[in-house]
Design a protein around this ligand. Structure first.
Ligand code: PAF
Length: 283
């Protein structure tokens, strides 16, 4: 596996691979790899001849009071893990290489970005779409793999890819969970032992929501009320949102159908913001 740090170099590599007729699979990340990231890389490995993983903690997607400065990192460990799953290039540019002093462009997706995480994290999705558009142009992939844990992000990136005519297939990978049910996230590393019960309440509440949704007469409101009650039993939890929306439009839905998805964002002890989601009906 080769480590690359500049946009020019990764783009030359990508152009050369394309000239050789190779397909390129991209996995954009912010590092501190866990099994969830590795699953995305394995998926890219299965689908493409050449796998590029990007590791860039993108300052543009963090708000002023968010955890940019403390975002967990361990480059040595990440390098070994990426290599172990067959990544060909680990692309880890510096901030200066990504955003020079004159940088003044933003990619903004209307509509899908306004609710859910977009409402609580103003400007977050502009940061995501801007950096992902740059990474697409730098690495020239045929496919790009994203996790469904960041469900809104996935919807926004699909929209941007289609709107801006990027010739890239977006692949969604299911959420990877700990045995306990906790959705894997680099931010789980901030959780203290005594906060685990609160953190687990998200996946437990989702399991409860799915059980209620299996009854055809259940409504969104009943399900959301039940989920809130379950999570609020934990004093450490502050709910940011509990929403049931259509998985394609992200518009709220009152009744449950095959496209209804429940999305949660909860802060644990006001320090750690966790998100989780699931379709409500198993197909
Ligand atoms: O999901 C993430 O890790 C980030 O939002 C992404 C897509 C790598 C963009 O910085």
């Amino acid at each position: 596996m080769k480590i690359v740090t500049t946009p020019d170099e990764i783009q030359s590599i990508a152009l050369a691979k394309r000239r050789q007729g190779q397909t390129i699979g991209l996995v954009p990340t912010m590092g501190y790899f866990h099994e969830g990231h590795l699953a995305l890389m394995r998926e890219a490995r299965r689908r493409a001849d050449c796998v590029i993983t990007t590791l860039f903690v993108n300052p543009m997607q963090f708000g002023p009071t968010e955890d940019l400065d403390n975002y967990p990192h361990n480059f040595g460990r990440d390098t070994a893990l990426a290599e172990s799953v067959g990544v060909d290039f680990l692309y880890a540019p510096t901030n200066a290489a990504m955003y020079n002093d004159e940088f003044s462009s933003t990619v903004h997706v209307e509509g899908l970005t306004s609710g859910l995480c977009g409402a609580a994290r103003l400007g977050h999705f502009d940061g995501v779409t801007t950096v992902v558009a740059k990474l697409f142009n730098q690495t020239l992939p045929h496919i790009a793999v994203f996790g469904q844990k960041d469900f809104q992000q996935l919807a926004v990136i699909r929209r941007m890819t289609s709107d801006l005519d990027f010739p890239i297939e977006i692949i969604a990978h299911p959420i990877v969970r700990e045995e306990s049910g906790l959705a894997m996230s680099s931010r789980n590393t901030y959780l203290k032992e005594e906060e685990m019960g609160a953190a687990l309440s998200l996946s437990q509440a989702i399991a409860g929501a799915k059980a209620i949704a299996a009854n055809p007469s259940s409504t969104s409101n009943t399900i959301k009320k039940n989920v809130r009650e379950l999570i609020e039993k934990h004093a450490e939890c502050t709910i940011d949102y509990v929403e049931i929306v259509n998985a394609l439009s992200l518009e709220p839905c009152d009744t449950i159908d095959a496209d209804s998805i429940i999305l949660l964002a909860v802060k644990i002890n006001k320090r750690i913001r966790l998100i989780d989601n699931s379709l409500l009906l198993d197909t």
